[in-house]
Ligand binder design. Sequence first.
Ligand SMILES: [Zn+2]
Length: 337
Amino acid sequence: MLTFYSDHQSAHAPLRELNNGEWMDFAESPARLASIHASIGTGEAPRDHGMAPIEAVHDSEYLSFLKAAHDEWLAAGREGDAIGYAFPVCGRRRLSLDRIDAKLGAFGFDAASPISSGTWQAAYWGAQSAMSALEPVATGRARHAFALCRPPGHHSGRDYYGGYCYLNNAAIVARAAVDRGLGPVAILDVDYHHGNGTQDIFYKDADVFFASIHADPASDYPYFWGHGDETGEGAGEGTTFNQPLPRGTTWETYEAALDRALEAIAKFGARFLVVSYGADTFEQDPISHFSLTTPDMERIGARIAQADLPAVIVMEGGYRIDALGHNVAAFLAGIES
Ligand SMILES: [Zn+2]
């Protein structure tokens, strides 16, 4: 499959994250890329589409913050990765903030997503990989293309980062597809975790349908989004479809949810599909709790292919590094079956 990836995407390399009350090695490490490259190759370098498609989704103040955050961290006399510790859960509002710690809290929603010296560069080129994957599918040169995005994107909202995500690659592609007249567009998110950023970006938007199959937020990150009663708002009412599933979910249950998601996407009348693919539904993923196998990854891809829609596949999570490349390859083989 046509694959897009830039070496700049390995520049994001935080050392550790705060997880379950302890510092642990940063799970979303550049080593993930090596595993995927070993199975499917490195693909083509993306073309630079500039800031316009990113600015079509993300808030300008947020982007200014993200570009400058690590430099401001160093200017404040700090070392290593920038990480917030104070979050305005009550009364979040626009304030003119100077201190880097305040900004990290204002634009971030967790302590699992440090900003390193290469974060902006990596996120920017991940978004360019996503935009470059759109081109051949939009013009009909390819039915499917894969954006090997890293860092991932689906937890990042219009003006916030979190969950290892800084720019929402799937949303950037979906918005660009709508703007090019390819809609109606649907996003299918099959990462283990709910894509809260993607949901937020399109929650009031009638142009993009968002269907997600994920771990029940009652037990799993990101907790505050992804519940079954979140269905969209205003013009977007009915265009969000969440299917939370219990820990331990196996193929039989997953397949039924996937069928329901694809039926809903067909009913919406989608003509273009963006897939947020996470391999963290894998049974041995170190931070996730579904029980899907590598052959199941191929089954997911094959079932999506049956929807017979032009599609851009965007890489999201997947943290069992020695199996990650095999799982991505299996999924893409299913898409091409
Ligand atoms: Zn995930």
